[in-house]
Design a protein around this ligand. Structure first.
Ligand SMILES: CNc1ncnc2c1ncn2[C@@H]1O[C@H](COP(=O)(O)OP(=O)(O)OP(=O)(O)O)[C@@H](O)[C@H]1O
Length: 176
């Protein structure tokens, strides 16, 4: 799937999906995945994808690992310390003005309460009522699977803000 992409040369970014259960904690379901009721999204105030709902995250800085990046970005954007970031997916994003490889994490353990910042307005959404109409169009393809405990890799080519090519493979084990 990534044959055409020099993944090591693309800028890297992260996304994190924090989950909680009705009682705050998340237990494994029968498949071993998280049995979550709600997922945290942010309404982005600036940067790539501003005005949309998306998981907290951002660009990997020089000298930083993707795991360090996701922890830093979640802290900066919503004031939460992620304790168990699990890498569950990766996708290549190509567009008219920005190309990147985006590493997707899921987390069920964290410290703190989401707070609004200059970058982000956080809100918990029921996992069966995610605002896909106000998100990246390709999020519909992979986010339900990630919220349900799955893994994926993908390649999304956008032009004029619309997906032109969508490739997706689920049930893979992404390396960190
Ligand atoms: C189909 N395409 C996409 N689908 C879902 N999410 C996408 C995405 N393309 C980019 N993203 C996310 O958008 C953020 C960009 O980073 P962004 O917030 O602009 O960076 P950062 O916080 O470092 O900000 P500054 O560059 O300092 O302004 C980052 O989380 C990245 O994972």
């Amino acid at each position: 799937m990534f044959e055409d992409d020099p993944i090591g040369d693309l800028p890297a970014a992260t996304l994190c999906h924090l989950l909680r259960g009705a009682a705050g904690n998340v237990q494994p379901d029968d498949d071993g995945g998280p049995d979550a009721d709600e997922a945290l999204l942010i309404h982005k105030k600036r940067g790539v994808g501003s005005g949309q709902w998306v998981g907290p995250g951002g660009k990997v800085e020089p000298g930083e690992t993707v795991r360090e990046c996701v922890i830093r970005e979640v802290r900066e954007e919503v004031g939460i310390d992620v304790l168990d970031p699990e890498k569950v997916g990766v996708f290549v994003y190509r567009s008219d003005d920005w190309d990147a490889v985006i590493h997707v994490f899921r987390a069920t353990e964290y410290a703190g309460t989401p707070e609004e910042t200059e970058e982000a307005d956080p809100r918990w959404f029921p996992v069966d009522d995610i605002p896909f109409d106000e998100m990246w169009q390709t999020d519909r393809e992979w986010l339900p699977n990630v919220l349900d405990g799955g893994t994926f890799r993908g390649r999304f080519v956008y032009s004029d803000g619309e997906p032109q090519e969508v490739s997706l493979e689920t049930g893979v084990t992404p390396s960190v």
